[in-house]
Design a binder for this molecule. Structure first.
Ligand code: HXC
Length: 260
């Protein structure tokens, strides 16, 4: 498929890579970019050969936010009636794991985009921030809610109210990302692809279930979440992959998952 604002590639048979490709605007997330991103993710979700997706930007910017030039003259009535930016959340419905490989700026909607992914890896150059306060507004892509859950109230307040950019190390120490990876150019993408490749080697039903149960922790009460996890765990005894996985362990051999 031909896209204008993103590049979709397949670095490995089971790993898809989506690269945001609006370099001159530091990958500012204009509406048509998000339409393409949602379409690409939906297609990959429905492609049985894909096990996991890596989402990245450029060395300088993962994404510098929603497109300010597109937004600056917007009016409430239009934004409300047309549900401005509501389709951003579509990507949280994707069943397959999405790993964000972040270098450079991840600001505003760019930070929120990373937070909508399942795993975040960052290069030492990464800078995360919610600078909307400097534009007379607030995060609108889930940043306030996801940051409060992930890093706690005081740090979320600091980010949202001062607009200060935090470093990759701070983000890691605050539990916002998995970890900071190597220095070199493209290193973080390589690492993310390796992780996606490993995830792809597992039974895909269990992977989908694993993503579903972890996400449930952010939506349900603990009691509901524990019940949901247990039911899904019990349900996985109905899969061939569970028989194969446990059978292979008992027979001291490598499992061959069939994703059934
Ligand atoms: C539109 C943007 C942009 C953005 C950068 N550009 N960020 N255009 N929307 N969010 C454009 C610039 O206008 C410029 O275009 C080109 O990209 C290069 O940017 P420079 O500013 O010249 O680069 P630099 O001096 O290196 O500064 C980098 C920067 C700065 C610190 C990241 O660009 C910046 O502060 N950007 C805005 C960050 C921000 O406020 N993000 C939050 C947006 S609001 P020209 O044409 O001049 O070359 C938001 C709300 C989300 O995200 C809520 C809904 C989900």
């Amino acid at each position: 498929t031909n896209y204008t604002y993103i590049i979709a590639s397949r670095p490995e048979p089971a790993v898809a890579l989506i690269t945001l490709n609006r370099p001159k605007a530091l990958n500012a997330l204009c509406s048509p970019l998000f339409v393409e991103l949602n379409q690409a993710l939906k297609d990959l979700d429905n492609d049985a050969s894909v096990g996991a997706v890596v989402l990245t930007g450029s060395e300088k910017a993962f994404a510098a936010g929603a497109d300010i030039k597109e937004m600056k003259d917007k009016e409430f009535a239009d934004a409300y009636k047309n549900r401005f930016l509501e389709d951003w959340a579509d990507m949280t419905k994707i069943r397959k794991p999405i790993i964000a490989a972040v270098s450079g700026y991840a600001l505003g909607g760019g930070c929120e985009l990373a937070l909508m992914c399942d795993i975040i890896l960052a290069s030492p150059t990464a800078k995360f921030g919610q600078p909307e306060i400097n534009l007379g507004t607030i995060p609108g892509g889930g940043g306030s809610q996801r940051l409060a859950q992930l890093i706690g109230k005081s740090r979320a307040m600091e980010m949202v109210l001062t607009g200060r950019m935090i470093t990759a190390t701070e983000a890691a120490n605050w539990g916002m990302i998995s970890r900071v990876v190597g220095e070199g150019e493209g290193e973080v993408v390589k690492e993310a692809i390796a992780m996606a490749s490993e995830i792809s080697s597992k039974g895909q039903i269990a992977v989908q279930a694993g993503k579903e149960v972890v996400n449930a922790a952010y939506e349900l009460t603990l009691a509901e979440g524990l019940r949901f996890e247990r039911r899904l765990f019990q349900g996985l005894f109905a899969t061939n992959d569970q028989k194969e996985g446990m059978g292979a362990f008992a027979e001291k051999r490598k499992p061959k998952f069939t994703h059934t």
